[in-house]
Design a protein around this ligand. Structure first.
Ligand code: PLP
Length: 354
């Protein structure tokens, strides 16, 4: 058997997806299942589809290519690169946009491919990542888009809690609704989709604080792990353990918990700090920051303490464990989003999808 390895339980993911799809459905909200966190492995994407997502969404064309054969509408999440306009139209039915030059490029390739490409215009409601910040720019863009033969203005979208950490609230989402109403009146058109954000909006489900007109969410973290991302809370009836990492112990030694000589920078250029717990039993595992993120890695043995690591090593304090580990033993960990992302991206980790 090869280590480190990652075991992905698609039944748990499917169950999480169907719970949240059902919660959203009660409020007339469709779900775009976001596949970028696990590099859109098709076996996992299937769990999204079985769980009932209405769209598949990813930020990278390479991932959308992998799932092209699934017969379900696809969404390109990251603002398309003009240099990838052709692939965007080929592999996505819908893309999120905020630049007219890009939309012109999408129109041109759509025309040459004989397609109509759907566009969701992003509105920046304060998180300061992507989207139109000024109303006159948004309205001017719509004016221009309506002149294009191969672009359909499909919706408006917002993204929050990604850069600025702004937490979705009713009054913020209402601004998107107000834009929709104003646009429909001024341009005499119908805006089909109002996409109200990512997993940080999930905490509002069931509270009556999502305006009725919001009819879509784009969800990754919450449907994979069953955690909303505004406050990090667990969603009732979901399971956060679908991803389990196993890594092998390559050293066990008693050592002091603080170096005794002058301390400079560590392998990642940071000056480390230490808690002095005296002489401790330290385990080294053969997995590191190239493969996982130490902040989102949780040993199943709750008595282990992750001390730190380098690119290829994870150092663990095993003094309090009831288990007498030996070199060659395997430690298991649950992961959260960033570790999942790195582990799925790392070519050094074997993936076992069950
Ligand atoms: C990644 C992403 C999402 C999904 O985010 P989660 O927090 O995983 O739900 C939604 N929308 C956009 C634009 C994204 O880039």
């Amino acid at each position: 058997m090869a280590y480190p390895r990652l075991i992905v339980d698609t039944k748990k993911i499917e169950s999480n997806v169907s719970k949240i799809v059902a919660l959203a459905k009660e409020e007339g909200i469709t779900i775009a299942g976001v596949t970028k966190g696990f590099c859109a492995y098709p076996e996992i994407v299937k769990a999204f589809i079985n769980g009932g997502v209405h769209f598949l969404a990813d930020s990278r064309i390479e991932n959308l290519k992998k799932i092209a054969s699934f017969d379900i509408p696809k969404m390109m999440l990251r603002l398309p690169m003009i240099s990838q306009a052709k692939e965007t139209v080929e592999y996505a039915d819908i893309s999120l946009n905020s630049e007219l030059d890009t939309i012109y490029a999408l129109n041109e390739v759509s025309e040459s491919l004989g397609k109509i490409h759907k566009v969701i215009l992003m509105v920046d409601l304060g998180d300061l990542r992507e989207g139109y910040f000024k109303k006159e720019e948004l309205f001017n863009a719509i004016d221009e888009i309506l002149k294009l033969d191969n672009i359909e203005l499909y919706g408006l979208g917002v993204n929050l809690t990604c850069y600025g950490g702004v937490i979705p609230k009713r009054h913020i989402l209402q601004k998107l609704v107000d834009y929709k109403n104003e646009i429909e009146k001024e341009f005499g058109i119908k805006i089909e989709m109002l996409s109200g954000g990512n997993s940080s909006t999930v905490h509002l489900l069931g509270t009556g604080n999502i305006p009725n007109e919001i009819n879509n969410l784009r969800l990754g973290e919450s449907i994979i792990f069953g955690t909303e991302s505004a406050y990090g809370k667990h969603i009732d009836g979901t399971d956060s353990t679908a991803f389990q990492l196993e890594a092998e112990i390559i050293e066990i030694k008693e050592k002091p918990s603080v170096p005794t000589e002058e301390i400079g920078r560590d392998a990642f250029g940071n000056v480390p700090t230490f808690v002095d717990r005296g002489i401790r039993k330290r385990l080294i595992c053969a997995v590191g920051k190239q493969d996982i993120d130490l902040e989102s890695l949780y040993p199943l043995d709750k008595d282990l303490i992750i001390l730190g690591g380098s690119s290829d090593h994870t150092i663990i304090d095993g003094s309090d464990s009831k288990i007498d580990y030996s070199v060659g033993d395997i430690l298991a960990f649950n992961l959260h989003y960033v570790s999942m992302l790195r582990a799925m991206t790392s070519e050094y980790i074997e993936k076992i999808i069950i």
